[in-house]
Design a protein around this ligand. Sequence first.
Ligand code: 1CP
Length: 333
Amino acid sequence: MNILDLDRPIWFMRQAGRHLPEYNKIRVRKKNFLEFCFDYESIVTSTLQPIKRYDLDCAIIFSDILVIPYILNQRVDFIKGIGPNLELLEMDELLNLTLNQKKLEDLKNCYNAIREIRKLLHKNKCLIGFCGAPWTVACYMVDGNSKNGFIRTKKLMRSEKPWLIKLLRKIVDVSTEHLMNQYKSGCDTLMIFESWAACVDFNEYNDFLYEPVEKIINNLRSMNVDVPIIVFPKGVGEKIIDYVNHVSADIISIDNQMNMNWVIKNINRNVVLQGNIDPKVLLNGGEILEKNVKELLKIVKGRKHIFNLGHGILPETPVENVQKIIDMIRLQK
Ligand code: 1CP
């Protein structure tokens, strides 16, 4: 299904995963998170779990943005309760990384799972494939984790710009291929997560944010990939106007720091908006959640809009709160 043909579709970033008791139940079958991410059955089941429970309009493939450094043969560990940690490499080692054929085989399980999910998913529902934006993936590849605010990546952005641009180009190529494979396997929507956009200096947005993402989009379009593309440039603030002028995505996902009234007034009508309930408001529920949802629906009335959060569902979020938000929107439609 084309997401742009649906009337105010609803889905949630991180809808598959830790807030779902049924996910936590199957997650324990695999010790290691990446093992889970590359297991055909686990991908099919966890991708479909939020659709079964909430009847959402879109499913997002259960995977992670860090499969890209993994297939480039950089060691990636997920530490329980902490998060991802990548092997620290020297600058020349990072540039010399190449695709590892054996690890690529792991990713084939993901593509095969997409084929199966597409078969099992109702034809009126969308299937979203994704990757991280090159800058965000580079942040993890260079710094290893987000603990220190990507200090090494930021330093190298200033002192070794040509080197970092070369690294981004490598990520552009692998990410294009990865999105292309997800599309060929049955994804009808593609999303690019730029979670760490705010780490880039304002005067460097063009080289580190716009250009690499635009290159991926142009690569896909030149290979006749005609499905809608969503971008999520988290934390760019008012630079979002500049962002949509330089990146030709169909849909822009708005983070919860942004005022949707301002966004509506300042973003061109031909860009579809997605977002932007605060995940903390969803976590806490109650009257404030109701008020926020009503207000958002009022603001986006008459505008093409995909209902979502401003970032991922927090693991402690009660499933009742998620159900409530869905019921509210469906009632008001
Ligand atoms: O053991 C577990 O269950 C680990 C938790 C977990 C999950 C459920 C991680 C580790 N990744 C995922 C799945 C995931 N990651 C999905 C598919 C599920 C869905 O969305 O429903 C997606 C789209 C992602 C994307 C992702 N991974 C992003 C971009 C979006 C965002 O949240 O900003 C980023 C930055 C990551 C890295 C990552 N992977 C996992 C964690 C805990 C993190 C963030 C770590 C950090 O803050 O640095």
